[in-house]
Design a protein. Structure first.
Length: 292
């Protein structure tokens, strides 16, 4: 029996629901989901394996005009996802006011097959949905358009079978047991970063990076040390909070989610370190895993 395998890149502006969609399609929480825009920084692969196919989804950072080195690197990962894809899933929010020009610049002249997913339709009228479908049909003439709610997993059933139509016959690219190309340490750091996004306001989440400095698996417990990098002393003080209260809250919430993710008891310690303007310094970006 023939086997299909291929790469499907999920693209769109920040905060349209790309990460929620990939997690729903893969059936695992692999990408951070928060109400804040630009939460995803890396290209993260989620792999769906069945006997006769393997779909490799790429969750990509939201497409923006970059303002500093970190965002340059994020947009480079999007570029890579556009180059090696067999299929593009363009996710757009039903409430967007036709201002996706940053995305359209990247996909208007592509030869890669394109499917449009109009997300967050749970509170929309049929009239709104019909208007958006007509708009995207005229604008992009995609292979298919789906109106969905990734959060409520509404109308996702047809996406997988449609995706398979566009994948070539090919042997699996990854081991059939793999869910992703990332190591556990990466997801641990992402869980901690997610808690920073949900507990702090304004610039703090965007100025932080989480580095796992120690990861020791023992028989009954995994011991993890993490450094939270910020750019200024004032950010460090806010992150730690009065008497260490905020850092303790982040650590407790992260530990509980890490224990669920690893299915094991976890000891987590966190430290805060200041590296001025790390988001604009190539040597730090490279050492933190952002390759340009």
């Amino acid at each position: 029996m023939s086997h299909k395998a291929g790469f499907v890149s999920i693209i769109g502006k920040p905060n349209v629901g790309k990460s929620t969609l990939m997690n729903a399609l893969v059936g695992e929480k692999l990408s951070i989901i928060t109400p804040k825009a630009q939460t995803t920084r890396h290209r993260i692969l989620g792999i769906v394996n069945e006997e006769n196919y393997q779909i490799v989804f790429s969750d990509t950072p939201g497409i923006i005009v970059p303002k500093y080195g970190l965002q340059d690197s994020m947009m480079s990962s999007v570029k890579g996802a556009l180059v090696d894809a067999d299929l593009l899933l363009f996710v757009t929010d039903i409430n967007e006011q036709h201002d996706e020009n940053d995305v359209l610049e990247k996909i208007t002249n592509t030869t890669i097959p394109l499917i449009v997913l109009i997300n967050k339709i749970d509170n929309a009228t049929q009239e709104q949905v019909d208007e958006k479908i007509a708009h995207w049909q005229e604008k992009l003439n995609p292979k298919h358009i789906f109106a969905i709610s990734a959060l409520h997993q509404y109308n996702l059933e047809g996406i997988m079978s449609t995706v398979l139509e566009f994948l070539p016959e090919h042997d699996p690219f990854y081991d059939k047991e793999d869910l992703t190309d990332r190591h556990q340490r990466f997801f641990v750091s992402e869980i901690i970063r997610e808690k920073i996004f949900t507990n702090y306001q304004k610039e703090i989440p965007y100025s932080t990076e989480v580095i796992i400095t120690s990861y020791k698996e023992e028989e009954k417990i995994t011991r993890i040390s993490a450094e939270i990098i910020v750019e200024r002393d004032s950010q460090k003080n806010i992150l730690i909070g009065t008497g260490g209260s905020m850092l303790k809250k982040v650590g407790t919430e992260a530990r509980k989610d890490i224990e669920k993710f690893l299915d094991q008891k976890v000891f987590l310690e966190t430290f805060v370190k200041v590296i001025p303007d790390w988001r604009s310094k190539k040597n730090y970006l490279k050492s933190f895993g952002y390759e340009n």
